[in-house]
Design a protein around this ligand. Structure first.
Ligand code: KG4
Ligand code: ZN
Length: 348
């Protein structure tokens, strides 16, 4: 099945053409980073407006790069949520209008469902597996038993990992988005000078917390009385990244052992982090687990990732109707239920 997929949940307008939920024919992304960077974070109104300007030409470009026409498209997938409501509405409204005008089946997909299945576009990872979804809005651990069959094992009780990276970068006077900048600086820094706390590590559950770690970094920065030079900033970046990686790695490995899972997929924008990739790859060498990362383009927001679930849903006859609405706060487990997957259960 030839799918056109559309993602506008945050600050990237993304459109892809994917065959059979596997073969990426085009995967285009227009980033709005330059627009939002000067405000130090995403400005929702600006994001919606930019999606509106970008979407029509980007769909044309994605079709052209894939060397297909709209007449050949057999299904349309769009991110229904979670995300910024105004941004989501641009993609959902566009997708609904196109589906209606062309009489093409439409399906609304969960953004995190896209992230945790994206790896299947590059490698065949057998189910079940444990997925660590780490992005600007999520730090969640899911058991993935198949498409539409997700169980939440743990989640952040405050900030998401990406949000913590971005906020710590802001405290250090670094540009938005801070995750990639901290990643780069951490390579130049020495983490041994200061050790930040590893919240929730001793708790027997699989939840995370990054707010205390962030406050601890702020307290340390303030203790330096404005004496931060480039090397000290790099050292803080290295120590902070080490603490985040430590917590994510240890809790994920524990969850895998607890669930009896031998496969771990790390997904979402923070999965681009080199320290996290190294940490998990090293664990893969010593623990009895295989670790999978999508390539960086498929870790951060993109539209191709929606095709894995959408292809399966559409092939089984699932359809979103013309009253499909965007949902800014939509638990992943509900995405499975949306298409009658009653086996989706929530563990807490
Ligand atoms: O998945 P994503 O592209 O968008 C959301 O769904 O949120 O994730 C964006 C997040 C941002 O917080 C960004 O700073 C973080 O991923 N990020 C990174 C890296 N690249 C992106 N965090 C740490 N290290 C990176 N290399
Ligand atoms: Zn994302």
């Amino acid at each position: 099945m030839l799918l056109l997929t559309i993602e506008t949940s945050c600050d990237e307008t993304a459109v892809a053409v994917v065959r059979d939920g596997r073969e990426i024919l085009s995967n285009l992304i227009i980033s709005q980073i330059d627009t939002h960077a000067r405000f130090g974070g995403v400005v929702p109104e600006l994001a919606s407006r930019q999606h509106l300007q970008a979407i029509c030409p980007l769909v044309d470009a994605a079709l052209e790069e894939a060397a297909v026409t709209l007449d050949q498209i057999e299904g349309i997938a769009v991110t229904r949520g979670p995300g910024l409501i105004g941004a989501l509405l641009v993609g959902v409204s566009y997708a609904k209008a196109l589906a209606f005008a062309r009489q093409i089946p439409l399906v609304g997909v969960h953004h995190i469902e896209g992230h945790v299945l994206a790896v299947q576009l590059e490698q065949q990872v057998p189910y079940p597996y444990l997925a660590l979804a780490v992005s600007g809005g999520h730090s969640h651990l899911f058991r993935i038993d198949g498409i539409g069959r997700y169980r939440l094992l743990g989640r952040t009780i405050d900030d998401a990992a990406g949000e913590a990276f971005d906020k710590v970068a802001k405290m250090l006077g670094l540009p938005y988005p801070g995750g990639p900048v901290i990643d780069r600086l951490a390579k130049l820094g020495d983490a041994s000078g200061v050790r930040f706390p590893r919240p929730m590590l001793k708790k027997p559950n699989f939840d995370f917390s990054f707010s205390g770690m962030k406050t601890s970094v702020l307290t340390y920065i303030e203790s330096q009385c404005g004496q931060l030079n480039e090397q000290k900033i790099a050292n803080i970046a290295a120590s902070f990244q080490e603490a985040v990686v430590d917590v994510l790695l240890q809790k994920t490995l524990r969850a895998a052992r607890d669930e009896g899972l031998t496969r771990i997929v790390v997904a979402g924008g923070v999965a681009c982090n080199s320290g996290l990739r190294q940490g998990f790859q090293a664990a893969g060498g010593t623990e009895a687990v295989d670790v999978y990362f999508p390539s960086p383009l498929l870790c951060s927001d993109n539209a191709a990732m929606l095709a894995v679930a959408a292809d399966d849903y559409l092939a089984r006859g699932a359809r979103s109707s013309a009253d499909l609405n965007a949902v800014s706060n939509w638990p992943l487990v509900e995405a499975g239920r949306h298409f009658g997957r009653d086996e989706c259960v929530i563990s807490q």
